[in-house]
Structure formats: C-alpha cells, structure tokens
Design a protein around this ligand. Sequence first.
Ligand SMILES: [Zn+2]
Length: 189
Amino acid sequence: MKYKLTLKKIIKHFNVVNRHRFKVFCLCCKVGIPIQGLLHDLSKYRPVEFFESAKYFTDGKYSPIKNCKMDIGYSKAWIHHKNHNKHHYEYWYDYTAPMECAPIPFKYFLEMVCDSLAAGMIYQGKDWHQGYQLEYWKKAREKARINDDLKKSLDQVYKEISKEGINKVLKKSHLKEIYTKNMKTIKKS
Ligand SMILES: [Zn+2]
C-alpha cells in the first residue's frame, strides 16, 4: 500500500492524539497523577513522531505505527516514542543489563495502565467494553519484555477491571496494593 501525507490525515491524526491525551488525563486524575496525565505523550507532537504517524494514519481504529512497521519494517516514531516515555515498558528494557526487564516505578506503572485503557477506548470507540483490555493483554503478555512481577500486577488489574469496571479498580491505594504485593524484584527504586 502507498501511504501519502495529506492535510486531511494531519488533522485527523492531530485529533486522535488530542482525544487520547484527554482520556489519559481523565484516567490519570482518577489515580491521583493529574500532572503526569497532562504531560502524557507530548512527544507525539514532535515532528519525528507526528508526521510519520499522520502519513500512516488510516481510520483511527489502531495505531499508525503498526502500518509503518508493516510498510518499511520499523518505525522511527515508535523508536523515538519508547525512548522518551517512561510509561512504556520498552523504555525499561535493556538486554545487556543483569536485570533485562527493570521494574517500572509505581508512578509510571499507573500512567501505563491509564494509557493502555485510554488507547483501547479511543481506538475501539463504542465497541469498547470493560473486558477489552484483558483480552488485548492476554495476547500481548507472552511477547512483552516486561518485568515478571509487573506482568502479574497487570494480570490482576485487567482481570479486576473486566469484572468490576474501571471506577472500582482505578484507585491509587488499590493499585499500590496490587503493585507492592507482586513486586518482589526490588524493594525501593
Ligand atoms: Zn505513550
């Protein structure tokens, strides 16, 4: 498929980014990190990320990064994004370190949960349901190079959300409980 950058795609992509960021902000407020929510994903406005994703924008139902990877085999936007945003577990991955998957600090763990939920809601639109994230995570978790203790935390968070919904589970104290219970790798970071 030939992808071209057009003004229409620029506007549509800009719109999806803003809607995603606003949703993340709302969820971050629920878990008590409003400032982080406000600053979430600002690197998406950098030219290296913005124009590639606008070019590869299709219908706003999934990430344009996926299209770019399918087209040329990699994505500069994604490489830039994961290296500048601590809420992505890929940021903490280092295959040369004794601990390949470093544990993500609690505040970024919170942002990661909000980010994944918001992405699902924006991309799925009216098809989104509270079990969606668990379904998505079940497929992603095998390949995910993420700290094992955190994997267990995410298992629990998404399972609980699928049963009880976002409002009950997305509370800072409750997520802290889950995080500390599973986090055996490191005591303090
Ligand atoms: Zn991000």
